[in-house]
Design a protein around this ligand. Structure first.
Ligand SMILES: C[S@@+](CC[C@H](N)C(=O)[O-])C[C@H]1O[C@@H](n2cnc3c(N)ncnc32)[C@H](O)[C@@H]1O
Ligand code: SF4
Length: 453
C-alpha cells in the first residue's frame, strides 16, 4: 500500500478536528485561577540545590504586525514603553529567584516573543548581568533567542554572542515576495542570508529557521520553492509551522480571509511539498513539524529517545523546572504549571507592587503526569508503548480503557497501528499525531473525543 492510498483512507477522519498542539499536558486551557502565586512560591521553595533549572523570558513587543501573527505581542515604536516593561521584567526575575532557597543552577535560557531582539543593547546587558548575579550559569548548555532578522545588526549579534547566546531562531516564514507583501512581512532573502552569515561569523553556529504554510497565495510549489531556498542556507533546524488561524482571538488575522485561505487539502499538500524538499536535502524529521540536520542535538535526542516537548516546541532540555518570566509566560515545576498575567499594564502594576504576576495554573495529579508522559512520547516519536509508560510510572493501564476504545477506532481508519498497548502512527501526515494524543487528554471537550467514538 502506498502512502497516498493510506492517506486517502485516514484523512477526513482526523483532518477537521481542533486539537491542541500539546506543548504541555494539561494544555493551557485547563489552567485555572485557583492555582496562583502561593502555589508557585511553595513549589519554588522545594527546588533542591543542583536541580537543573531552565528559564524562559518573554519580550512581547514588535515594531510592526505580521497579519498571520498568533503570538502574544504588542506593536510599539515607543522605546520608553519597552523600557518600562524591561524594568518590570528585571524586578520579576529578582523577586522570583529570591523564592528559591539557593542560587539555582541554570541548564538553558530561552528568549521568546514577540521580538526579543527589539531590546536595546543596554537592556540586554542588564538582564544578562542580573541572571549572572543571581544564578549559577557555570554549566549552562544553551542560551537561545527568537530573532526577527529585520531588527538586528552586527553590533547586536556580537553582543549576544558575547553574552553567551549560542542558538538563534530566525523568523523566515516564506521567501515569496507576493506572500510577504500580503502578510505585511517584507523580508528579502538577501537580508536572511546576511543575518545568517553575521550570526555564524560572530560564533553563533546554531541557526534555526521558522517557516509557515497555510497562508493566502501560498501553493505547494511556492512553499517547496521557499524550502529549497532555505536548504541552500543550511540552518541546523527548521520549524515548519502550520498556520493557526484564530481570528476570534487574533482579530487582525481576519483580513487574510479576504485574500482566500487555502483549504485543508491544499494545506496538507504544502506540508508534504516542503517535507519532500527538506528530506531530500538531508534533513531528518523531528516530531510533527520540526527538521534537523544529522548531528544536531535535536536529531541526536530523537535517535536516543531523549527528546522533549515544552512551550518552546521540541527541545533537548530535560530540566524538571522551567521558570517563565514576563507577561503571559508559563513556568513548570514538579507540581504543575503556572502562568503570568497576560496583559501588560496588569503585569507591570503587579510586579511594580512587589507581587508575583502568576495568576493561573494547574497542579498536576499522578494521572496527569502519566497522561502527559504518553502524550509527550507520541508527540516526540509518533509512537508509544503505553504499557511500558504505565509500568515505569507505577500506574494501572486499566485507567486507559476509554482511550483504547478511541484508539481502536483510529486503527480502523488506518491512522495508527496498535500492537497490544504499543501505538505507532501509520498516517504519513505527522500533524495527525495530535489526534492520537487527544485520546489520552482527559481535559478534551467531549465533542472532540466523541467524534472518534
Ligand atoms: C513568537 S514568533 C518569534 C519570532 C519573531 N517575532 C519573528 O517573527 O521573526 C515565533 C514563530 O511563531 C510562528 N507563528 C507566528 N504566528 C503563527 C501562527 N498564527 N500560526 C503558526 N505559527 C505562527 C512564526 O513562524 C514565528 O517565527
Ligand atoms: S510573527 Fe514575530 S515579528 Fe511578526 S508580529 Fe508576530 S511576533 Fe512580531
Amino acid at each position: 500500500m502506498t502512502e497516498t492510498d493510506l492517506a486517502d483512507k485516514s484523512l477526513d477522519f482526523w483532518l477537521d478536528r481542533a486539537v491542541p498542539r500539546y506543548t504541555s499536558y494539561p494544555p493551557a486551557p485547563a489552567f485555572h485561577e485557583a492555582v496562583g502565586a502561593t502555589a508557585y512560591a511553595a513549589s519554588l521553595a522545594k527546588i533542591a540545590p543542583g536541580d537543573p533549572v531552565s528559564l524562559y523570558l518573554h519580550i512581547p513587543f514588535c515594531r510592526e504586525l505580521c497579519l498571520y501573527c498568533g503570538c502574544n505581542t504588542a506593536i510599539t515604536h515607543r522605546n520608553d514603553r519597552i523600557g518600562d516593561y524591561v524594568k518590570a521584567l528585571q524586578k520579576e526575575i529578582v523577586q522570583t529567584l529570591a523564592l528559591i532557597p539557593h542560587r539555582p543552577k541554570i541548564a538553558a535560557v530561552h528568549w521568546g516573543g514577540g521580538t526579543p531582539n527589539i531590546l536595546s543593547d543596554k537592556a540586554m546587558r542588564e538582564i544578562f548581568s542580573i541572571l549572572g548575579e543571581m544564578c549559577d550559569l557555570g554549566t549552562i548548555r544553551e542560551i537561545a533567542m527568537e530573532m526577527d532578522p529585520r531588527r538586528t545588526n552586527q553590533q547586536q549579534i556580537e553582543l549576544l554572542a558575547a553574552c553567551g547566546v549560542n542558538r538563534v531562531s530566525l523568523g523566515v516564514q516564506d521567501f515569496n515576495p507576493d506572500v510577504q507583501k500580503l502578510v505585511h512581512r517584507i523580508q528579502p532573502a538577501e537580508l536572511v542570508e546576511k543575518t545568517v552569515a553575521t550570526l555564524r561569523t560572530a560564533g553563533i553556529a546554531h541557526v534555526n529557521f521558522d517557516l509557515i504554510y497555510g497562508l493566502p497565495l501560498q501553493t505547494p510549489d511556492s512553499v517547496a520553492e521557499t524550502a529549497r531556498q532555505v536548504c541552500t542556507l543550511r540552518p541546523s533546524r527548521v520549524a515548519l509551522f502550520s498556520y493557526a488561524h484564530v481570528p476570534q482571538i487574533k482579530k487582525h488575522q481576519a483580513v487574510l480571509e479576504e485574500a482566500g485561505l487555502p483549504g485543508k487539502y491544499a494545506r496538507l499538500a504544502m506540508d508534504d511539498a516542503a517535507r519532500v524538499v527538506l528530506r531530500a536535502a538531508g534533513y531528518r524529521e523531528i516530531g510533527m513539524d520540526h527538521f534537523a540536520l544529522p548531528g544536531d542535538a535535536l536529531e541526536q535526542a530523537t535517535a536516543s529517545r531523549n527528546l522533549h516537548r515544552n512551550f518552546q516546541g521540541y527541545t533537548t532540555d530535560a530540566s524538571p523546572v522551567l521558570l517563565g518570566f514576563g507577561a503571559s509566560s508559563i513556568g513548570s515545576t514538579a507540581d504543575g504549571f503556572f502562568q503570568n498575567e497576560r496583559l501588560l499594564p496588569a503585569y507591570q502594576k503587579t510586579v511594580g507592587e512587589g507581587r508575583s504576576p502568576v495568576v493561573r495554573g494547574v497542579l498536576t495529579t499522578p494521572e496527569d503526569r502519566v497522561r502527559g508522559a504518553i502524550i509527550e512520547e507520541l508527540m516526540c516519536y509518533l509512537d508509544c508503548d503505553v504499557a511500558a509508560v504505565c509500568e515505569r510510572m507505577n500506574f494501572s493501564i486499566d485507567r486507559f480503557e476509554k482511550a483504547f476504545a478511541l484508539l481502536h477506532e483510529m486503527e480502523r481508519h488506518q491512522l495508527i497501528e496498535l500492537n497490544g498497548a504499543k501505538i505507532r502512527l501509520l498516517s504519513p501526515h505527522r500533524m495527525s499525531v495530535r489526534v492520537v494524543c487527544n485520546a489520552f487528554d482527559a481535559y478534551a471537550p467531549a465533542s472532540v473525543a466523541s467524534r472518534a467514538a
